[in-house]
Design a protein around this ligand. Sequence first.
Ligand SMILES: [Zn+2]
Length: 275
Amino acid sequence: MKKRSSTLVLSTSTKNYIISLFAIIIIIISAIAIFVTYLSSYVKDIKQEKIALENQIKQKEEFYEALEDKIEDVKYLLGMDAQEEFSQNISAMLNSITPTQKRIILNSIPNGYPSFARKITSGFGNRFHPIYKRVKFHHGIDFGGKVGTPIMATAEGIVEFAGYDKGYGYLVVIDHNFGFKTAYGHMLKNLKVKEGDFVKKGEVIGFLGNSGISTGPHLHYEVKFIRRVLDPKNFINWSILNFDEIFYKEKRVAWNSLTKAIMNQYDKLNQLSLK
Ligand SMILES: [Zn+2]
């Protein structure tokens, strides 16, 4: 009996202890609950703010993209205005140039088709963009074709870029002689060249694909002179057979100074061979 009452006494103090412990735990739990509720509402606010900001950024990006397109249009028009006078120098150069020299020029400046996929699915200039759903300046020519069709360099040069570039997908940019550049977009991942490589005209640089912002397998091909985007059409149709034509057709290339550069190189070569 005595033993029992002593346990009872002990139980009462333990009871009090347990009650206060419970009270403390409940206070802590409610404090945590309040804090978590506050934190989650705070996170929710931040998330909403983030979404609003993202929308704002997207709108701004679209605005700037449209503005960039307009700038490109203006640049293109300015280039058209800044047409160089077709000088006597060029006709003199065309008259004096030998077939071998023509072949050397055709090796250095982009010409011919970049692949056997030759069906033009979208030309150069303003067009309604199928993905952006608005008029956008198309900086190149699109060739539809089978995935895996080899893509070749249209002139010799140094690979300036070989990798993934947002809208272009897998892209290769080649820096050629005399200020020309070509770009090949939407290729397959297994590019055959890397930055800094020297490529010969006709060398396979990669394969036709559907990477980046693209509605189907095609090659996007660009030709640039200094920072001007050119219509690749004139360059695609350029060969030894119609060598002179491009000098009259493509007015956005500074053929005057280019002529000087080319002749200067030949003079140097001649001097070297005479020594
Ligand atoms: Zn394109």
